[in-house]
Write a protein that binds this ligand. Structure first.
Ligand code: PEP
Length: 249
């Protein structure tokens, strides 16, 4: 039985004061020990959120990292920096990073391996554009992103990684994938992990759906057999996030 994960992706939202206020709002409403609840927050919010979540079962995550430990990479954050402040998760390869910051699969793979080096669990994002879906190449695109993204992991790492299926056309649009569409792709992701590693590994890998998840659609999506929770953007910035976490069955 895989433990569900519900992760919030705050993106470039919430100043440190606002971040603390949001954690204060959420923490009494989230009381699920059987769900890994993760807040992936902007770099500047990480230390204040680390303090604010003390004594709760909320876990801390970042939105990105660099694949080197240190060096001349202005504006970047490294895995040892995240490790020192207690970040246990990191989003890697979000479509916004791929689109706006030209992040490619080889860099995504290096980031994943670096995160593991510091025992930080990567949340790898994969997803197709609307044009790719309409051209019937959704599965090919996803398989390629998974194969390139998680290569060279150990079995233990491949079992630990979290993969979020996030159709680009569903992110921030209010138009979520149907339960069946999301299940179909998440099941293909699991098959892909099984081909690369083994069925035993793939049965442990947690696969999420992300893209306009909200308090009204989360329960049904998370109940699909290969969907082990969600990566939540807009709805993680408000009280609805607690409802979404509590809806995970
Ligand atoms: C995301 O950006 O990871 C996301 C899923 O956003 P939203 O929930 O707002 O669609």
């Amino acid at each position: 039985m895989r433990k569900k994960v519900v992760a919030g992706n705050w993106k470039m939202n919430k100043t440190p004061k606002e971040a603390v206020a949001l954690v204060e709002l959420l923490k009494d409403k989230i009381n699920r020990d059987d769900v890994d609840v993760v807040l992936c927050v902007p770099a500047i919010d990480i230390t204040v959120v680390a303090d604010a979540i003390k004594g709760t079962n909320i876990k801390l995550g970042a939105e990105n990292l660099h694949y080197e430990d240190s060096g001349a990479y202005t504006g970047e954050i490294s895995a040892p920096m995240l490790d020192e402040v207690g970040a246990g998760y990191v989003i890697i390869g979000h479509s916004e990073r791929r689109d706006y910051f030209k992040e490619r699969d080889d860099a995504v793979n290096k980031k994943i391996l670096k995160a593991f080096e510091y025992n930080i669990t990567p949340i790898l994002c994969v997803g197709e554009s609307l044009a790719e879906r309409e051209d019937g190449i959704t599965i090919e695109k996803i398989r390629m992103q998974v194969k390139k993204g998680i290569k060279n992991c150990t079995d233990e790492q491949a079992a630990k990684i979290v993969i979020a299926y996030e159709p680009i056309w569903a992110i921030g649009t209010g138009k979520h994938a149907t339960n069946e569409q999301a299940q179909e792709v998440c099941s293909e992701i699991r098959k892909c992990v099984a081909e690369m590693y083994s069925d035993a590994v793939a049965q442990k890998t947690r696969i999420l759906y992300g893209g306009s998840v909200n308090a009204a659609n989360s329960a049904e999506l998370f109940a699909m057999p290969d969907i082990d929770g969600g990566l939540v953007g807009g709805a993680s910035l408000k009280e609805d996030f607690a409802v979404i976490v509590n809806s995970a069955v």
